[in-house]
Write a protein that binds this ligand. Sequence first.
Ligand SMILES: [Zn+2]
Length: 437
Amino acid sequence: MPSHCILILLDGLGDRSFSCLGYKTPLQAAHTPHLDTLARIGANGLFHADRPGMALPSENAHFSLFGYELDEFPGRGALESLGAGVEISVDDVAVLAHLASVKVKDNTLILQKGRPDASSDVISALIQDIFYYEYEEIKFCFKHTSGLNGILILKGTVSPYFTDSDPVLEGNCLIEIQPLQDFEKDLAAIKTVRALKKYLIWCHKKLSGNQANSIKNSRGAVPINALVTQRPGRLKTVQSFKNRWGFKGLSISSGLIYWGLSAFLGIDVMKARETDNIEGDFAERLKLAMESKNKYDFIHVHTKAPDVAAHTKNPYAKIAAIEALDRGLGKIIDSLLNDKESLIIITSDHSTPSSGKLVHSGEPVPLLIVGEGVRRDSIKSFDEVNCAGGSLGFVHGKEFMYLVLNYLDRAKLTGLMDTPVDQAFWPGETKPFRLDL
Ligand SMILES: [Zn+2]
């Protein structure tokens, strides 16, 4: 039986069908001999991290995939803070925030460009103007992370229960900040909303008058004159991945959100190289996983490439990214095929449509599991349509981690109580029975 699991996660892999591809998805249309080889020797199925049709961001989908519930989720802002090494306390609120270009119309702000082009010098000059603010004893601190992006940390008597100001879609109005329905009378939420609105208006004024924008305007470029916010959150205490599933975990990934999520769950991180070479970066991550497999029970090998390609809304770009990943997989396929100790799982966190206005979409993603003892079905091609006919059926959310426990011979027979906590894995860290009283 395999002793550990290597989860190869191809972010945003699922997609829709395109007439220009003969009504195939980019994954169906891509030439993927190595993924197909694994599909032929394993069990295949579909996966959705929550309910089919729900469009999930990577952080929520991963959270569910790793076997956690939505009410344990601390918010993306809080996770990115952890990933960036920004210290926040459990009383602080962390909000995702980024600089954007807006136009004033009838006393509202229209999102002109969500992420306009800007040099790092211009971005630094703009952030210098807005990085700190105080209103009614609430302190705002904007921590820059990358490009136009950052995390807004709120300190004081603050609440994370309020709406976004970022409409996401260009041409739409920025959204009024309001307390969430259940917190309309909550004093902390009311105060937070009032102070955040003041801060965002102040940011708009400061950024509009910034010298860097005057230079941009004179060159005909859109100004960067607003800060928009979304997905507030706050740190919580959750059971570690090791205590919940009995696995020592490792994530080989790039990106603050994966590092933050791992830090939150007590999963070790190996920060991976990220260049324009999708094939080379992916092959290196897989090689690192194979080198680490004897030190960990569960290794998450992540690539953002399919998701990034799909966000360009070009299905051919996604095909190219998928084919590059398949070539990267080809560099270690022989060692994977000869490896009796590893359970190999390939899936994705969500679908990212290469057309239309949705950021992510709700179709399920393909799932394949290969390893000693795993049933082999008749599926010959790893894609969204063929895998639907596979022996795994449709796997939802937390069911995924139970499958991993099962295939690693770590699933507890329901009813056995070897520890005071009714945990899913077996054997637990048991206390020996002693003869002395
Ligand atoms: Zn995405």
